[in-house]
Design a protein around this ligand. Sequence first.
Ligand SMILES: [Mg+2]
Length: 430
Amino acid sequence: MNQNSIKVQTEPRVLFVDMNSFFARCEQQDNYWLRGRPVAVCVYTGQYGFAIALSVEAKRMGVKTGMRLNEAMKLCPELIPLESNPPRYRQYHTKIINILKRYCPEVIPKSIDEAIVNLTNYKMVYPDAVFIAKKIKEDIKREVGDWLTCSIGIAPNAFLAKLGSDMGGFDGLQIITTQNIDDKLASLKLSDLPGIGKNMAYRLERAGITTPLQMRYTAPERLKAVFKSIEGVYWHYKLNFIETGMSVTDYKGMQAMRQISADKRSNPEYIEQLFLTLCTTLEKRMVHHHFYCKNIGFTVKYTDDSRWDDGFSISIPIQDAISLMRMIKKRIMQFEEKTQAAPVFNDKISGLRIMVTDFVNTGKMMYSLFEDVNRGETARKTMYAIQQKFGADKLKRAVEVTDGKVVADVIGFGCVKDLTELDYLMPGEN
Ligand SMILES: [Mg+2]
């Protein structure tokens, strides 16, 4: 389903529905005692587990997503850590999507807690989009869960509708129209626009484009030059009522995982090679789909059922196995240095899992981006060093030559799974 078109839409008939603090709210929905209390949803609730989602009460106490529990509990001793429950969130997700589909078939889930409802072609049935947005909020509360709230943005295109939902905040409802868009944008910074990170904001500022309002009135060719990519043109479209965001993202994430048998876990070389093989598996899949990832997750499981989890976002999308591996290793080293804890890779390892999410499909963008990043110096040097050392296309062959045995093992166990069902997706901050 691709409903993008370069036609300018002026009527605000696209709804962006964003569930508030979704994972935490689902937990509070199912356990009455948790309501009104600071809750942190974690993949793992041990000392070094980290919060992947927080209730508004926890956010108010200054707890941030990504904080490790030992830090978070210091900040907020009443914090209640809960192990995440993906089937529960998927169930609620499905119920919510079914409510939305009641209004029109053009519903596009964007993540586990976000969806677009495109009412553009249903003007005869629903002349008033604001009325429908209010109905949706009521339906969700009445039929799915009284504790489940959402912020809805309404605009002529999906991007501006999302911006509206962001601006609406908790239980919000914001409408962005051709009449009020300039006023709405005037209150925002560049980095308030979903998709504009710190690096890009800095690049725009250096080019003399300092506010979203100014960006809206910048010619598409100029934005293309600043972005050094067609993305710049899309940004002009987004801010000028042309649709670019109305397509289904097929892949939300991919993961590669492996159990490690008792006779292998005391062999550091095996573990090292397995690690590289898992990274290479993900690289092959990302290359196949022309994806680069911006979010990486990593789990080490141990024989006593404990685990070490990490997850982080990067500003420069990557695709290659070695960058993936180095970034994870760097995180591990920083963790070991900071905590003086036992090494993450030790002879009690029983499994490894690597996840990549937050894809961008950018063709050849990686290298052009590397030429122009301001804060990616280290990453750039690393990449060039790798290219020089192995050559861009020799990388994979080098891997296959050195660990043919491990590759065979991976195929033998046969457990590499793509996540098409929104597993492990983290909800947005709203
Ligand atoms: Mg949300």
